[in-house]
Ligand binder design. Sequence first.
Ligand code: FAD
Length: 293
Amino acid sequence: MKISDLFKKKKVVYSLEIFPPRPTSPIEVVYDALANMKDLNPDFVSVTYGAGGSGPNSRTCEIVSHIKENYDFEPLAHLTCINSEKKDIQDTLQRLQESQIQNILALRGDRNKDGVVANDFLHATELIEYVKQNHTFNIAAACYPEGHPESENLSKDIEYMKMKEDYGAELFITQLFFDNSDFYRFVEKVRAASVRSPIHVGVMPVTNTKQIERILSLSGSKVPHKLSRLLARYGANKEAMMQAGILYATEQIVDLLDNNVQGIHLYTMNSPTIARRITHNIDHMLRLENTVK
Ligand code: FAD
């Protein structure tokens, strides 16, 4: 099924994100995590691209096929283009199609530290256009409530977001953020720019201090005082930080629901414990939201 159609049927879509294990770890690690998250009943599960090598043999392809064969929920395959030649992209799309995958998240990807190694696709817009012209996948794309770190300004970013929609993206998933007011301002601007597709909100629970350093270096997101105070107070204690991070993410989600978001995409970090604790904090609210549509 087309994931963007879920947004027509449900008031609030709920999904999980997982990533492939390192090449040195067995793929069963993620299969076990998935089996442990099955009863959380996500509407779909997305699988990131990049770790474990890219190209048609990437573990992303293997994992989305495994989901398609073994679970009732839809898989969403992330696909990045900046470090791949057209032939690799074609082979990956072909492999996904052969595995009956219907949904992809079309991304540029982060620039390789050694510079761009292939220049067939320089932006997500080019990948989206290519996929739309040559395949029948339902296409999702990324968006950035605080602006992409490389973008001139938020308005320019939103212009490209509109271009992504015009080329064929039917759904947007946001970069993580920790201050919901950034998201609410962003949505107003996006709708004023005539972008009509659903905007699915990515929520990242911060459960340890190392993780936040990595997140900030990649996303450039702001850390509100409330979160930095929690990190300073509880960061040195594993259990306390886990609890604080789960509560912060839960509060963020409750406020998002109260402001009528169309969906929540939980970055699980492959942890069934984190996914379960957050899902259990909100599952009755989600159920009620979806019965009153
Ligand atoms: P683009 O849309 O190409 O945007 C990149 C920059 O270029 C922006 O500053 C934008 O304003 C500008 N721009 C966009 N279009 C044009 C254009 N046509 N001409 C000129 N400038 C343009 N990375 C991974 O490696 N693997 C993953 O699985 C992964 N999953 C992600 C999931 C989500 C929900 C998000 C938000 C990000 C994910 N990323 C992933 C990170 C992503 O690859 C990076 O943020 C990357 O730097 C940008 O990708 P993009 O698709 O947004 O790029």
